[in-house]
Design a protein around this ligand. Structure first.
Ligand code: BGC
Length: 403
């Protein structure tokens, strides 16, 4: 059966400033790489300078939207200064998107913080929320004529898990009470930020749509003699990781749509109250380059579950890192089929963004995993469109898929 997508459906890709721009030497991550002896993000993809050519390439693939993020540390190099030069730079970036008919979707916080903010205690300090809100006001004010789709935070729980529970991302803390405090602060910043954005557009005829990019995963129990307890853990993990924040923010009327980031399924096993991830992988099912269990059916299932929130959904990230082109293609098509089926069954999905437009800096994993529609040569900074990206480009053009 053929599914035709509406003409206004957003077909795009996503990226983040720190992972692509390069030389974000005022961000906490830059110091962390040095301190921990990790791969240095260095010039990354040089996207800070090459953004025009990157957007041209996205448009040559028939994309009509692109999710970017603003690097807070560039715009606010210290607590008392907003850099007019960097604001002008991002205006140019957004104007380039518009020039290539790519609808801008702008994220304000994608894992990184200015070093001065981190040094003052970062997200663990409630008083610091105001710094972020000032940054939000300044940037939304500056770009309000150009942008109507805003994501305040990217994946707060992924950030908190890696930075405050596992301690593998800056600031390298391992403390549940701190993690909880950070979560409360980020949620408070989201809710106030949401209201601030609405205020900023009060006298405008543009209606901003504001959300969060929320990572969702399918949690399945690891098989074995502990199956019943593992099922309990999978259920709890699914509630805490997937739905608790969505329930809370929708009750507070602080989401205009759901931004969904989906990658894979996790197998859970019983351990303590909330269990943990197991390394079980089912035979015959594909693992990606990072060992993640590829599970397109789960994408469909989650989309169906999200219907209960009665909000439009934009897939703000979906993608994979592979070492074979056929695996990218298989991932793309199987997930798009799941999406199309969910739409046919009444789920209100407004857009799909592949992670990522280009191969880029994958945090603690360096440059090994390649998620891009385009391959980046990290020596010459040349871009090469991957074969599966042409398939994606054709779907973006035809706006239809056979399921
Ligand atoms: C993040 C990206 C990351 C991607 C692949 C998402 O969770 O938003 O920054 O590169 O996953 O791991």
């Amino acid at each position: 059966m053929q599914i035709q997508f509406p003409s206004h459906f957003l077909w795009g890709a996503a990226l983040s400033s720190y992972q692509c721009e390069g030389d974000n030497s005022n961000s906490d991550w830059y110091f962390w790489e040095k301190e921990k002896g990790l791969t240095n993000s260095a010039s990354a993809c040089k996207h800070y300078h090459l953004f025009d050519q990157d957007f041209k390439l996205a448009s040559s693939l028939n994309l009509n939207s692109l999710r970017i993020s603003l690097e807070w540390a560039r715009i606010q190099p210290d607590a008392a200064t907003f850099s007019q030069e960097e604001i002008a730079h991002y205006k140019e970036v957004i104007d380039a998107l518009i020039k290539y008919n790519l609808k801008p979707i702008v994220t304000l916080h994608h894992f990184t913080n200015p070093i001065w903010f981190a040094k003052q205690g970062g997200w663990a300090e409630t008083k610091n929320i105001d710094y972020f809100l000032k940054f939000l006001q300044k940037t939304v004010e500056a770009f309000k004529e150009r942008v109507d789709l805003w994501i305040i935070f990217n994946e707060p729980l992924v950030y908190i898990y890696n930075s405050f529970i596992c301690g593998i991302w800056p600031p390298g803390v391992k403390s549940l009470p701190q993690a909880n405090k950070v979560l409360n602060n980020i949620l408070a910043a989201h809710i106030t930020g949401y209201q601030e954005i609405k205020k900023i557009y009060r006298d405008s005829n543009i209606q901003p749509q504001v959300s969060m990019a929320k990572s969702l995963r399918v949690f399945s129990p690891s098989p074995g003699f502990n199956f019943a307890l593992n099922s309990l853990s999978a259920g709890l993990r699914s509630y805490f990781f997937n739905f608790r924040i969505l329930n809370y923010l929708t009750k507070k009327n602080a989401l205009d749509f759901i931004g969904l980031n989906y990658y894979c399924r996790e197998f859970s096993k019983f351990k303590g109250l909330v269990g943990e991830e197991s390394d079980y992988r089912p035979k015959g099912q594909r693992q990606n380059y990072l060992g993640w269990n590829v599970y397109a059916q789960g994408f469909y299932k989650l989309l169906k579950k999200l219907k209960r929130y009665n909000l439009p959904i934009i897939i703000t990230e979906n993608g994979t890192a592979e070492d074979k082109d056929s695996s990218y293609e298989d991932f793309l098509i199987s997930h798009l089929k799941g999406l199309a089926l969910a739409m046919k069954e009444g789920v209100d999905i407004r857009g799909y963004l592949w992670w990522s437009l280009m191969d880029n800096f994958e945090w603690d994993k360096g440059f090994g995993p390649r998620f891009g529609l385009t391959e980046v040569n990290y020596y010459t900074f040349e871009r090469k469109i991957k074969p599966f990206a042409y398939t994606y480009g054709k779907i973006c053009k035809d706006k239809k898929i056979i399921i």
